[in-house]
Design a protein around this ligand. Structure first.
Ligand code: NAP
Ligand code: HSE
Length: 434
């Protein structure tokens, strides 16, 4: 593409993120044109319903409900997609790339499911797709993995990459807020996805981990490669016990390379209270990258919300505007290949310590039966707490932590424990990260 004298933007979506992007692009004193060396204009904004009241005043005629006003306009050079969801967003992105437009997107779902395909399509059309905002809100982790850290073999990535979940867990741990109340606060701040199930069940984080791992290992991982558990099974007593044992509970997204295979997992885990990630609270995200040359690097910042996400989206617009016409073909796919690099290690091979909470009958010999089951599975007990005896129901609550054990053996033992007549419920199982 030859560089146009002025760069025009078509914005798809005017919600939490789109409103921030529009406001920044329309700001008269905006430094964007200085940085890019040519004027950058917002030309059209696509929404579903043009009659809805908006948080921003747009110039007359800018709003449309017809995607073709952007896709078919040859004077729109950059398509910014901040609508969310797979359909129609992915189709619009493909159309935009095929029409020779640069694309900037905050859409982790589309990038996790079809990122490598879209990057290849961009390459075929001599343009680029940029997606910094798809992971970590305002944290520049995507660009760093692609560029500044590219010389490293990435040993592991460990992160808190869903702001909504971290906000909920922080409120539940510190303020004893109910799950529902904390979720509704996160939605009020604009952190949550349109369907917050994606946040709570770890799906949003699994999309983001797929993107990070694909960039780090240059292999097109699928989000189905990520073992995923959400936070909805956590109960107030889990936070109490964790605190008593010296841990915090955080929803972690982990990719680690071991013996030529990568294990990808998202779940709530116990982390030592003094660990840096344990101190990441509220909507903040953090990603710890361990590289062969750089050692341990920690990225920390606001992981969701209008302003941080606008920072990443507009940063990508600036990068696209700078590169337009200056990039040789073949520079955009970042070397991610479908079957490149390390394979995926199944979750059953995980070696971890575990926290197991059981609701049991308060009878003699129960603990011995439990210890027998764990012993049979070669699972060594580290600590045992027994509390909350309820005389009216004859129930006791037992919390066990283990020494490092194999996930497959633990899952087998949990099934055997659930089958014991004295065990009323296996209430929760969490992994302990050191
Ligand atoms: P949002 O508040 O729900 O806004 C979505 C916008 O897209 C709305 O303006 C909506 O139009 C428009 N839209 C949706 N479907 C459409 C369709 N089929 N045709 C035309 N317009 C359509 O979403 P958001 O929170 O800004 O998130 C947008 C994207 O950014 C998502 O991919 C999300 O994952 C990502 N993201 C969000 C955050 C955050 O903190 N919120 C952070 C990082 C990344 P109407 O207004 O007419 O309904
Ligand atoms: N719903 C996402 C979160 C938005 O809470 O992290 C940022 O990707």
């Amino acid at each position: 593409m030859t560089a146009p004298p002025e760069i025009n933007i078509g914005l798809m979506g005017l919600g939490v993120v789109g409103t921030g992007v529009a406001a920044t692009l329309l700001r008269r004193e905006s430094p964007i044109s200085d940085v890019t060396g040519r004027p950058v204009n917002l030309k059209k904004v696509l929404v579903r319903d043009v009659s809805l009241p908006r948080d921003i005043d747009l110039p007359p005629g800018m709003l449309t409900a017809n995607a073709e006003d952007i896709l078919a306009d040859p004077d729109i050079h950059i398509l910014v997609e901040v609508m969310g969801g797979s359909d129609p967003a992915e189709g619009y992105i493909k159309q935009g790339l095929a029409a020779g437009k640069y694309v900037v997107t905050a859409n982790k779902e589309v990038m996790a499911k079809s990122g490598p395909e879209l990057m290849a399509l961009a390459r075929e059309n001599d343009v680029q797709i940029l997606f910094e905002a798809s992971v970590g809100g305002g944290i520049p982790i995507v660009g760093c993995l692609m560029n500044e850290l590219a010389a490293n073999e990435i040993r592991s990535i460990r992160g808190i990459i869903n702001g909504t979940t971290n906000y909920i867990l922080t409120r539940m741990a510190n303020e004893r807020t109910s799950f529902e109340q904390a979720l509704s606060e996160a939605q009020g701040h604009g952190y949550a996805e349109a369907d917050p199930t994606n946040d709570i069940e770890g799906i949003d984080a699994s999309y983001k981990l797929t993107i990070l791992a694909s960039l780090a290992y240059r292999r097109a991982f699928r989000h189905q490669d990520v073992y995923c558990e959400g936070i909805s099974k956590l109960e107030p007593q889990d936070f109490r016990y964790a605190q008593e044992l010296g841990y915090a509970i955080k929803s972690l997204a982990i990719a680690n390379l071991d013996d030529g295979a990568v294990q990808l997992r998202v779940y709530p885990a116990l982390l030592p209270a003094e660990h840096m990630l344990a101190k990441v609270d509220g909507v903040y995200n953090a990603v710890e990258v361990h590289g062969s040359l750089c050692g341990q690097v920690l990225f920390h910042g606001m992981g969701a919300g209008r302003e941080p996400t606008t920072s990443a989206v507009v940063g990508d617009v600036i990068e696209a505007a700078r590169k337009m016409g200056a990039l040789p073909p073949g520079m955009q796919d970042r070397g991610i290949k479908p079957a490149n690099g390390p394979s995926v290690r199944p979750i059953g091979d995980l070696l971890s310590r575990y926290y197991i909470r059981l609701d049991v009958a308060d009878n003699p010999g129960v603990l011995a039966q439990i210890a027998q089951v764990l012993g049979d599975g070669q699972i060594s007990i580290a600590t045992v707490i027994q509390k909350d005896i309820q005389p009216e129901t004859g129930s006791a609550e037992i919390v066990i932590t283990t020494h490092p054990s194999r996930e497959a053996s633990v899952q087998q033992a949990l099934q055997a424990l659930a089958g014991l007549s004295q065990v009323r419920r296996v209430s929760n199982t969490l992994r302990i990260e050191e």
